[in-house]
Design a protein around this ligand. Structure first.
Ligand SMILES: [Zn+2]
Length: 380
């Protein structure tokens, strides 16, 4: 497929070739004036709820939703039922994912059943194809267990991803800071280990991670579109629809996250896509749908294109050791639309952006050289 007049997003920002050939046999040539072509975004943090919770999401519905959202590769967390804590489960998930429209990688648990006690077999999980280890959703490891987990992950050559929250301290900023402090202390004691802090939400965490990076510790971090875009005050009126863990924070925290993203202290943007059925959400379940609103929410932050590229394309792949394989998205940066969750391809309609007018929409998604999504755009 030949695209005319398209702007291409790359490591240094946007460039405007007169035309570019994209490897997609059969796809029609098009004038892409005003559109942005980017390598597909990789989402480091998604809950696909499969196996165990088909009313919330499945691999198939999640993959379709991701394709519509502009993600050509997503990384699924292990807090399914059963928990992904054995090699044969990783192998079975990878086999099932082979037929999906986008690429999917799998994280395996750090501890059996996410209970924080008995370590999983990191080397066997890596050999089965797991790209990282995480107990995300929970964080029940003490300092000794964390050190042993980092040692095992280092031996397997995998990064350890942590949901930084000391559960007995609740979900306030102090609880997150205490967990980050403890994890960095453990990291400093384990040679060759790599630590990745998931969904960083506070200025205090950003400061701790910045200091650790300056000291040369191998730590990376992610922030979610919702923590970068929203504050606690904005979702008060939403009641349980505003519940998320970590919770939305203050304006000051949000500004610290944005600054950290520009500096590269926050490496990646990851959605923490956490679909729920309407009953569970109304009853107070934590988490937001992430895939289908991420691109416009992130583009609305006003970041430079080279920062977007780094946070959504480049660093997520470096963190889990993946490369780009004929994955492209075509974005209409000027398309405005009002979020109607009932139109989501995901089974999770739980979005804090419901009813909001967003700017930026995915026109086409290509994965493995195939067009896997194309949206007919109505221009005003
Ligand atoms: Zn989490």
């Amino acid at each position: 497929m030949r695209l005319q007049n398209v702007r291409v997003m790359g490591p240094t920002g946007l460039s405007l070739p007169t035309s570019i050939e994209v490897d997609a046999p059969g796809a029609v040539d098009r004038d892409a004036s005003g559109l942005i072509l980017s390598p597909g975004w990789l989402d480091l943090h998604a809950h696909l709820r499969d196996p165990g919770f088909p009313a919330k999401e499945t691999l198939q519905s999640g993959a379709t939703s991701a394709a519509f959202g502009g993600f050509t590769h997503v990384v699924a967390m292990a807090n399914t039922d059963p928990v992904t804590d054995r090699p044969e489960q990783v192998r079975a998930l990878i086999a099932r994912a082979a037929g999906l429209p986008i690429r999917m990688s799998f994280v395996a648990a750090v501890t059996m059943g996410l209970e924080g006690q008995t370590l999983t077999d990191a080397v066997a999980l890596q050999r089965a194809g797991a790209v990282a280890l995480s107990d995300d959703g929970r964080h029940l490891m003490d300092l000794v267990t964390l050190r042993r987990a980092l040692t095992a992950a280092a031996e397997a050559g995998l990064p350890l991803l942590i949901h930084a929250q000391i559960e007995r301290l609740g979900d306030g900023p102090e609880s997150e800071a205490a967990a980050v402090t403890q994890a960095l202390e453990a990291l400093a004691a384990v040679p060759r280990a790599r630590l990745h802090v998931q969904h960083v939400s506070t200025r205090a965490s950003v400061d701790l991670i910045r200091t650790a990076k300056r000291q040369g510790l191998p730590v990376t971090a992610e922030a979610t579109p919702h923590h970068l875009a929203l504050t606690a005050a904005e979702v008060v009126a939403l009641g349980p629809q505003g519940n998320v863990n970590p919770p939305l924070r203050s304006v000051d925290d949000r500004e610290a996250l944005r600054q950290a993203l520009v500096e590269g202290v926050i490496d990646a943007i990851a959605t923490d896509h956490a679909p729920h059925d309407s009953g569970a959400k109304a009853a107070g379940a934590n988490g937001f749908h992430g895939f289908e609103t991420a691109v416009p929410v992130v583009m609305g932050l006003g970041l430079e294109d080279r920062v977007l590229y780094r946070a959504c394309v480049e660093r997520p792949r470096e963190i889990i050791g993946q490369s780009i394989d004929e994955e492209w998205i075509l974005i209409d940066p000027a398309a405005e639309w009002i979020v109607d969750a009932s139109s989501f391809k995901s089974r999770g309609k739980n979005t804090p952006f419901s009813g909001r007018r967003l700017r930026g929409r995915i026109v086409m998604t290509l994965c493995r050289g195939q067009v896997v999504m194309e949206r007919v755009m109505q221009h005003a």
